[in-house]
Write a protein that binds this ligand. Structure first.
Ligand SMILES: Cc1ncc(COP(=O)(O)O)c(C=O)c1O
Length: 412
């Protein structure tokens, strides 16, 4: 199709996950919400909706415990708090993630130590993690970015060898699978986000999964100001917050959970179609398909070769924008450690705590240490994606991308 025709063509509205068009809310959530409201009990300490959601989330994942909380950031905070690092101990993580997965580490007095990512999967690898393990490492946070499961078998082996627990950040990866099972079920703790743009949503919200009763108990206390509900002589046992999900959110979460499997399968089917349609387009690579595992496509990411598409993702995004197709070059503008909180160590007052406790090597953010992360950010183009896309949207996307790439590559 000619690029100028596509530019003139009346826009097909793409479903938008920030609005009703791209979300899966319906009568089910309305009915549950009504029941929650009419019950008059909106706190999960007394109500049934959050509890039912947790039970069903655990059953769907085949784990012993699921625990709802206020956000994906809160989930990571609970997970770190349950591991309970000493101030200044280190938690290995990725520089390409949401800041909400990093600041909780600092709030718990631990030091995020960044390992490099694989430039195609965008995930940490066992090798990159191994290169930053130290005697102070207390945990590893592995993020399954965009829904692409990380290579967990090798990472698990490494964790076991060093006796280091693994926290999976599954905020973007509901029902993604490795050879050993669903993400969030095979390591110490899984963290999920129910924020507006995720596979299922309650606007804001989070979920934790674990098979370890002691970790579950500690996380449950952390969500509840460490108050010993039900104990003969309850107390606030340690420093903790109120990170509860409300019953209103619990009701919506219950409705949404019923739709999760379908949401993921539509995303997968459409992603497969788009990858087929783009297979021969010059200058781009479709998402790497992980071996023995299943992507769950929070987003659909293209790898752009700047050798073939001059100015890479920026030029392609610009050309697509003219055809009313939105996309995001880079995903995040810079690796997390270039943000002020890490660069200037802006934390509590002027203290810079807990960075003041860190080994200098743990704060080594030199560019040459992160070739994979910089390469990934320079080449990635992120396409919005959700379960309300129809074949017509996928075909429209494919023809716009193909026309733009052929045009840009022709100018190279
Ligand atoms: C990978 C990842 N981790 C953690 C978070 C934090 O989740 P929330 O925004 O629900 O706090 C997000 C963002 O939503 C995320 O994408």
């Amino acid at each position: 199709m000619q690029i100028d025709r596509l530019m003139l063509e009346k826009t097909i509205e793409f479903p938008d996950d920030q609005a009703a068009s791209g979300r899966s809310f319906g009568r089910e959530e309305m009915d549950l919400l009504e029941q929650a409201l009419l019950s008059g009990t909106l706190t999960s300490t007394k109500g049934q909706f959050v509890k039912s959601f947790e039970q069903r989330f655990a059953a769907l994942h085949g784990v012993r415990h699921a625990l709802a909380c206020a956000s994906g950031s809160a989930a990571v905070h609970c997970a770190v708090a349950a591991i309970d690092p000493e101030p200044g101990e280190e938690i290995i993580t990725t520089p390409i993630t949401d800041m909400g997965a990093l600041t909780p580490i600092l709030f718990q007095g631990a030091i995020p130590v960044f390992a490099d990512v694989d430039p195609r999967s965008y995930n940490l690898t066992a090798d990159s993690i191994a290169s930053v393990i130290s005697e102070r490492t207390r945990a590893i946070v592995v993020t399954h970015l965009f829904g692409h499961p990380a290579e967990m078998a090798a990472i698990r082996e490494l964790g076991e060898k060093h006796g280091i627990p693994i926290i999976e950040d599954c905020a973007q990866a509901f029902l993604a699978e490795t050879a050993d099972g669903l993400v969030g079920t095979t390591e110490s703790i899984g963290c999920f986000s129910l924020q507006q743009g995720k596979h299922i949503t309650t606007g804001e919200g989070g979920v934790l999964t674990t098979n370890d009763y002691a970790l579950y108990q500690r996380m449950k206390l952390f969500v509840n100001k460490a108050w010993g509900y039900g104990d003969p002589q309850p107390d606030h046992y340690f420093l903790a917050l109120n990170y509860r999900l409300s019953e209103l959110q619990g009701a919506v979460a219950l409705g949404q959970l019923e739709k999760l499997e379908n949401n993921v399968s539509v995303r997968r089917k459409n992603a497969q179609l788009l990858s087929q349609l783009l297979a021969d387009v010059p200058g781009i690579e479709t998402p790497a398909s992980p071996s023995n595992s299943r992507h769950s496509y929070w987003r659909y990411c293209l790898d752009i070769d700047p050798g073939l598409i001059p100015e890479g993702p920026d030029a392609l995004a610009n050309a697509l924008g003219k055809m009313h197709v939105s996309s995001a070059p880079r995903y995040i503008q810079k690796p997390a450690f270039e943000c002020a909180v890490f660069r200037d160590r802006q934390t509590f007052g002027n203290s810079r705590w807990p960075f003041t406790l860190a080994r200098p090597e743990a704060l080594d953010y030199r560019r040459e240490r992160f070739p994979g992360a910089y390469r990934a950010l320079e080449r990635i183009l992120v396409l919005p994606w959700n379960e309300r896309y129809l074949e017509i949207h996928v075909k429209r996307l494919a023809s716009a991308i193909e026309a733009a790439c052929r045009d840009l590559a022709g100018r190279a």
